[in-house]
Design a protein around this ligand. Structure first.
Ligand code: FAD
Length: 593
């Protein structure tokens, strides 16, 4: 079943949840209009469906291989990457100064969903390059920008992110990779990084590694970490490629999914002299720079969650229309009914659709706030939007990737036994999806970030203002009194009230009982996602109701209502688990004996 780009759903979410018309009117998107956005998403979809998707299953079977110390990607991968670069897709949101198109983040996010729906293992490569471009653009020296950014923006070179070491994953304070200063101002790096995505490949002539390392006189912990740009091949001052740097891929991991994406063990300075590196930003402030890259990458990974959920939903829907089993309760006809007519399958499909659309809206709103934070002419508005980005990024990452796995799992179930068999593709989506809650900061770490760092922003005013806005939409739904909305307004009001109460409780718990706050962090993030996602879908339903259901606008209302009445309804229970579940969560050690 071929991938179909959900352009109407994406544009609907942009218009209703992210306020696209207002952004365009206020010239917040650099002169881009709705038609252009639609055209770019459609073109991205064409590339995804025609070039990337046909490689996804064969790429999964072949995997990337380490041959004579070099990574070889699956057949067709290199050509697809070259087409990707030639099409200018790597340059979408990059600054014009370096050859980019400076298109808004909302477009880049929508396009990212499309490529990752088509082929998740492929989509990861540009995802990391975009993050590396952001970090170099923000903190690299003029010389580094001049030498590296044009090639990365054009897609001639790719970028990686080298954080993880065997003993330093979630906690980077323990990392051991060393950097030594050289008299010419460069550095030499020594150490081993693990799990490095696209750490090596043959698709481009060069790879630009961003590597976290520690200087000999660095203070301990996270305050002593610096960031270095380490090219696979050295680059002369005039930009020409020189010899190989002292960086090698020493091994590839065997994984549950994303087999085509090479996950590399990287050795720096194995040959003795050290890998040549260049400081990005200031010494010992590397984690701050890396956070620029990680925040962009976290939204992009959240979008991967949406992407797998969309793909799983499309496959399940197509299968449910074809597969016949059992008789429909409504009767009619002698033969077996398509399984889509069974109530339990309908519930499954509605859950898939509603979770996907809610997560998409959260990601697109986060992207929109990124655009406002970068492009508004008003400093106060820029600052407020930057706070929103900070607040929403962990939710976009964790909620969307959690639901990505859930939806992929339901997708397998809808296929019955065939879901467990590789040929339908449902199994690959399920396997591929499972990495998403783990990398780019595990979802547990995202929940901790949300609770301990984002809720206290501006003394709690950022989250307070956000919840107030959610409540206004819930009120609007209630006041509208539309029979087709069912109990949507009531359920959303309960969800927002639960979020408000849990947020107040978190404020106190963070001061008085941090362990209790941390015990509730994951359900808090889920509650946040359900309330926010439910409200964004309701905005879509309100807009659809204004347009008139006769105009083919029934679906947004049906999906929003289902979400509120069947999914957001879990919110009061989650709130109880947060405010009253810590004691039993932190049960005595014997409970886990
Ligand atoms: C396929 C793949 C690709 C990857 N790509 C890259 C890459 O390109 N670059 C890169 O640098 N890394 C990459 N990673 C590494 C990835 O980011 C880490 O695996 C991830 O950050 C978790 O670190 P860890 O594996 O050491 O788990 P750990 O940190 O050991 O965590 C184990 C468990 O403990 C939990 N935990 C840890 N600390 C806490 C805490 N303080 N409180 C509560 N719970 C906690 C975690 O949430 C997790 O559930 C990749 C990993 C994989 C598998």
């Amino acid at each position: 079943m071929t991938y179909r780009v959900p352009v109407d759903d994406i544009v609907h979410a942009l218009k209703t949840a992210a306020g696209l018309d207002d952004l365009i009117e206020r010239n917040m998107l650099g002169g881009v209009d709705e038609d252009t956005i639609r055209a770019v998403i459609e073109e991205a979809g064409k590339f995804g469906a025609e070039v990337l998707e046909p490689l996804s299953a064969p790429g999964d079977r072949a995997g990337s291989k380490l041959v004579d110390g070099k990574v070889v990607t699956p057949p067709g991968w290199k050509e697809a990457y070259q087409q990707f670069a030639a099409g200018g897709w790597g340059a979408l949101a990059a600054p014009e100064e370096w050859g980019g198109q400076n298109l808004p983040q909302v477009i880049a996010t929508a396009a990212g969903e499309v490529w990752n729906s088509s082929n998740l293992a492929f989509g990861l490569c540009p995802l990391l390059t975009f993050g590396a471009i952001d970090a170099i653009e923000a903190q690299g020296s003029d010389e580094l920008k001049r030498l590296y950014l044009p090639k990365m923006v054009s897609g001639e070179w790719t970028g990686t992110m080298n954080l993880t070491e065997p003993h330093a994953g979630s906690d980077l304070s323990l990392l051991k990779t060393r950097a030594v200063r050289e008299v010419d101002g460069s550095y030499r790096l020594f150490g081993t990084k693990i799990f490095i995505t696209y750490g090596d490949h043959e698709m481009t002539d060069n790879i630009v590694h961003l590597v976290l390392a520690r200087l000999p006189d660095a203070p301990p912990g996270t305050r002593g970490i610096s960031l270095f740009l380490v090219p696979k091949r050295l680059v002369d001052k005039d930009g020409t490629l020189g010899g190989p740097n002292d960086v090698v891929c020493a091994g590839l991991e065997h994984k549950l999914g994303i087999h085509a994406s090479p996950t590399c063990v990287m050795k720096f300075g194995e040959k003795g002299d050290g890998a040549v590196g260049y400081l990005v930003g200031e010494e010992n402030r590397g984690l701050n720079v890396m956070f620029i890259m990680m925040n962009a990458a976290r939204l992009a990974v959240g979008t991967q969650g949406v992407a797998v959920a969309e793909r799983a939903t499309q496959r399940a829907l197509a299968y449910a229309k074809e597969r016949r089993q059992g008789r429909a309760t409504k009767g009619g006809g002698d033969g077996m009914a398509p399984i889509i007519e069974h109530a339990d399958i309908r519930r499954s499909l509605m859950t898939m659709k509603a979770l996907t659309q809610a997560a998409r809206a959260i990601c697109l709103v986060t992207a929109k706030e990124t655009d406002v934070a970068r492009r508004s002419g008003n400093a106060a508005e820029r600052a407020a939007a930057a706070h929103r980005v900070a607040l929403l990024t962990p939710v976009a990452k964790a909620f969307s990737t959690d639901i990505g796995c859930e939806v992929a799992s339901i997708g397998v179930q809808v296929h019955g036994g065939m879901g467990f068999i590789e040929e339908t593709g449902a199994a690959q989506i399920y396997r591929d999806a499972r990495i998403l809650p783990i990398y780019e900061g595990t979802n547990g770490i995202q929940a901790i970030d949300l609770v301990t760092r984002k809720l206290p922003l501006e003394g709690g005013k950022v989250v307070e203002g956000y919840i107030l806005e959610l409540g206004q939409t819930a009120d609007e739904v209630r006041r509208s009194n539309r029979p087709e909305f069912g109990r949507m307004g009531e359920r959303l009001a309960e969800a927002v009230a639960a979020l408000a109460e849990a947020t107040r409780w978190m404020g106190g718990a963070l001061r008085q009982s941090p362990d209790a706050a941390l015990a509730g962090a994951a359900p808090y993030l889920r509650l946040f996602g359900l309330a926010a996602g439910g409200i964004y879908l309701a905005k879509g339903a309100l807009a659809a109701a204004r347009d008139g259901a006769a105009n083919g606008q029934a679906q947004p209302i049906a999906v929003a209502r289902f979400f509120a009445e069947n999914l957001a309804i879990a919110s009061p229970g989650l709130k109880e688990s947060i405010v009253a579940g810590a004691d039993s969560t932190l049960a005595p050690a014997e409970a886990l004996a």
